[in-house]
Design a protein around this ligand. Sequence first.
Ligand code: HEC
Length: 116
Amino acid sequence: MFRLTPILLLMILTACGKPLPPQPQDPLTVGKRIYFARCVTCHQRNGSGTLKNRRWAADFTEPGGVLAKPDEELVQSIMKGKKGDFSRMPAFEPILSPEQVDAVLLYIRKTYWQGE
Ligand code: HEC
């Protein structure tokens, strides 16, 4: 009986341990997931918006291109949608939260843009 005490104590301590708080998710990881779920069909894996020599959407890789615009303007375009020369981007307001839009924009900037 006496020899069991340390084990018992350990069991009680473990049971009392609080569960870990949910780990905050890295916005870049969140952004990447959203990009590949919602954006890649038009903007493509390489961010160029071009597939088989056909342009579908904005090119994120041009240094002086769309990503040279300020974040607020780009967030608006993503939220409200945008008609381009090649196709039309749907409004993502009903689908994505403001945090998700920020995350996907961060992902695009970090991954594709060569500008400042
Ligand atoms: C149905 C095709 C389509 C999908 C899906 C799509 N886009 Fe677009 N996107 C476009 C088109 C078309 C434009 C406008 C191109 C132009 O101005 O000529 C555009 C433009 C943009 C721009 C530039 C906006 C500006 O103000 O110039 C950003 C940023 C952008 N898209 C991000 C995204 C993100 C993020 C997603 C996914 C959440 C997404 N797009 C999904 C077609 C799409």
